[in-house]
Design a binder for this molecule. Structure first.
Ligand code: ADP
Ligand code: ZN
Length: 708
């Protein structure tokens, strides 16, 4: 097999013009019969690496995947692209399993997804040996490693693959990439000479933002208000938290629901289903949500609380924007969240507690950072960067620094005079000369720095204290109820006159203005891609999805709709050039979207363009049959029929009764009385016991429309 064939398949089945970096190299490796380990972030495009070989090589690609729900999704998406795919797992009954096994054995499948249990079960090996396997893909390969976070014991029983199928290439793919896990994967699979592909973990389409965690609910309402109809997830720490937040959102008129491990499996499925189908756009969830779903049009992710480490944070925000379209992420941060998370970690399990606390600390540093956030993330994952990203809050609104030496001196001297025996809140109260009872009980009103920082409001003090903590001028003694301690660096400030630059505290007004300016910039940005036409296409997608009982993103991704709205394709040829429109989708949905676009731009603007109808019309006038027109124009017959229906609706002279009999028209028109508007082709089809084919229903409806 060669690369031009792979390129063709990429366009034909998936509608994409070019491979992303590394995809082509990985596919070449598979064609050469060699094994690979592929590390790519979520949304990076791992699936193409085995799906393209699967549709170009003889035999069936066997894909091991740990999540049953994901399997069903992936198979559905592949079928929508015209790929022969099926899955085998415990959710299927005996008979269905047999049927799939037969298809596999008869070479009727291009891809077969199997659960690890199925793959390693005793009776499956003989079947594998009899069928022709083009490659093995092991998805979520980190499940092999007990170091990883989703360890699956069955994943460790796959060594036999290389022993039994020496010449069949194996691809192990994962988005979690630490060195230990990597080593484990290669060892467990016993790959003799694998090539390791590590792609960048950057997700440039995700914006990054951290905001102080005050009045979170208000902020969230504003955030969602600016993104009507968009899908998003809000991660909360507790079950109770998800329920309360969902209720607040509902009170504000937002369609929202909650999801956590305390719900029954049926309830969880229902919430997930409604989210996938764009019926419930907003879900408040604990971290468990999102694991088993492939929804590509999640447009934003909010963290209500600080995640426990950067890995979790990155994985969770990674659930946004898998389709590559612009998406937003927002993290709320307050110092209390850190303390809360520390308590949780300490209570839950003391296993590797030091490491866990250190990881939490890195998370805190990220939240408090004053430099480009993306660079911090990427450097955490071991990637070097040389430029700021321009798509995080710091890049968009760089903090201003002031000479904070005097502020630091006051704070440190207060801590010193308080004998390093008080926590942050009380220290600030003393600096502000507060009249709290506790201060007078302990006699703190008598120390020299009492009231020395009266001119600075409490929140602002907190902001500076956190920076002093960050830069190592103070420490928190977690083992002594969180009291503040001085460090060698504090001595340099107190006694050697070391200068301390601090990030200036923006007032609430300034922050609100910055937020407004950012929102405005974003709004203009989105208006470019999310215009009225986009919204129409989105509605159309939703309707088609409902008729077919599939999630909307399976029909086309948001990214594809954005391109359609911008390019406005009005012929099959133009439509084919849109990224994400492969042959099958063009065939199934092309016309609907072309019609919607033509309707939107109006007949005048589309006159030159809509010639595709005119050409069909001319041929029809010349007496060519539908199948002849289809052949000559390299269109499907369905497309030609729908051209004729549209032409007829627009008042053109088409002899409809050559194509559909009066009694058929009659049947269709009568059936409408029993169906709900807007009429769905599928409903009519089913109502008429599947006796009248779709293209005739379409023609009959055109007839009814013109009559009306
Ligand atoms: P992963 O499995 O790595 O999380 P996917 O394979 O689901 O990622 O791909 C993420 C998205 O990117 C999907 O919508 C996919 O169709 C799209 N994609 C993959 N490869 C390409 C490509 N070469 N060009 C355009 N889009 C692509
Ligand atoms: Zn940045």
């Amino acid at each position: 097999m060669n690369m031009p064939a792979a390129q063709d398949a990429l366009k034909k089945y998936f509608g994409y013009d070019t491979f992303r970096p590394m995809q082509a190299d990985i596919i070449e490796q598979v064609y050469a019969g060699k094994d690979s380990l592929v590390l790519m972030p979520t949304g990076g495009g791992k699936s193409i690496c085995y799906q393209v070989p699967a549709v170009t090589l003889p035999g069936t690609a066997v894909v091991v995947s740990p999540l049953i729900s994901l399997m069903k999704d992936q198979v559905e998406a592949l079928r929508a692209n015209g790929v022969q795919a099926a899955f085998l797992n415990s959710s299927l009954g005996e008979a269905d399993q047999r049927a799939v096994e037969d298809q596999f054995f008869n070479g009727e499948l291009q891809l077969l997804y199997v659960s690890p249990e199925k793959l390693t079960s005793r009776d499956f090996l003989p079947l594998l040996k009899r069928a022709e396997v083009s490659l093995f893909a092991i998805d979520e390969a980190h499940c092999i490693s007990s170091w990883g976070h989703d360890f699956r014991p069955e994943y460790t029983r796959m060594k036999f693959l290389k022993q039994e199928f020496r010449d069949t290439p194996i691809l192990a793919l994962t988005a979690t990439a630490d060195k230990l896990t990597r080593k484990d994967i290669l060892r467990q699979l016993n790959l003799p000479d694998p090539q390791v592909f590590i792609s960048s973990f950057d997700r440039p389409n995700l914006s990054l933002e951290v905001r102080p965690g005050q009045r979170r609910r208000e902020q969230i309402l504003r955030f969602i208000g600016k993104r009507p109809n968009e899908s998003g997830i809000i991660y909360c720490l507790s079950r109770k938290g998800t329920e309360q937040l969902a209720e607040k959102l509902q009170d504000a008129g937002i369609t929202a629901d909650y999801y956590h491990a305390g719900l029954s499996p049926e309830e969880r499925d229902a919430v997930q289903e409604a989210f996938i189908n764009d019926n419930t756009p907003v879900i408040c969830a604990t971290v468990a949500f999102g694991m088993g779903i492939d929804k590509s049009n999640v447009r934003w992710v909010i963290h209500y609380n600080l995640p426990k480490n950067i890995e979790s944070y990155y994985q969770e925000i990674g659930r946004a924007g898998r389709d590559g379209a612009k998406s937003d992420t927002l993290l709320f941060y307050s110092y209390n969240d850190v303390a809360l998370m520390e308590d949780i970690l300490k209570q839950n399990d003391s296993d590797q507690l030091d490491i866990k606390l250190a990881k939490l600390d890195r998370m805190r540093q990220f939240a408090e950072a004053v430099g480009c956030r993306r660079r911090i993330l990427l450097s955490y994952f071991g990637e070097e960067t040389t430029e700021d990203c321009g798509n995080c809050d710091i890049c968009r609104n760089p903090p201003k620094t002031i000479d904070g030496t005097e502020i630091a001196q006051k704070a440190l001297s207060a801590i010193y005079r308080l004998r390093q025996q008080v926590g942050m809140t009380l220290a600030i109260d003393v600096l502000r000369g507060s009249g709290k009872k506790e201060i007078f009980e302990r006699g703190y009103q008598n120390i020299k720095t009492y009231g020395a920082g009266r001119d600075i409001p409490f929140l602002e003090w907190q902001h500076y204290m956190l920076q002093l903590l960050n830069y190592g001028y103070i420490e928190i003694a977690h083992d002594e109820h969180g009291v503040l301690k001085l460090t060698p660096a504090s001595n340099r400030v107190l006694f050697d006159g070391e200068k301390v630059p601090l990030v200036r505290f923006a007032t609430l007004k300034e922050r609100q203005e910055a937020e407004k300016a950012q929102a405005k910039a974003k709004a203009t940005e989105r208006q470019g891609v999310r215009d009225e036409l986009f919204e129409k296409l989105r509605q159309l997608r939703r309707q088609l999805a409902q008729e077919r009982g599939v999630p909307p993103y399976i029909i086309f991704s948001d990214k594809t709709l954005e391109e359609m709205a911008a390019v406005r394709p009005m012929t099959d040829d133009e439509m084919k050039r849109i990224s994400g429109v492969g042959e099958r989708k063009l065939h199934l949905y092309g016309n609907y979207f072309i019609d919607a676009i033509i309707e939107h731009v109006g007949p005048a603007a589309s006159r030159g363009k809509s010639s595709t109808y005119q050409i069909t019309h001319d041929m029809y006038q010349r007496g060519l049959s539908v199948s002849e027109i289809a052949q000559k124009r390299q269109l499907t017959e369905t497309t030609v029929y729908s051209h004729l229906a549209i032409l007829f609706e627009k008042g053109q002279d088409i002899n409809l009764h050559e194509l559909v009999t009066p009694s058929e028209v009659d049947q269709v028109v009568k059936s409408l009385r029993y169906l709900q508007e807007p009429y769905k082709l599928k409903d009519v089809f089913e109502y008429l016991d599947e006796q009248v084919p779709y293209h005739k229903i379409r023609l009959a409806l055109a007839y009814a429309k013109r009559e009306a």
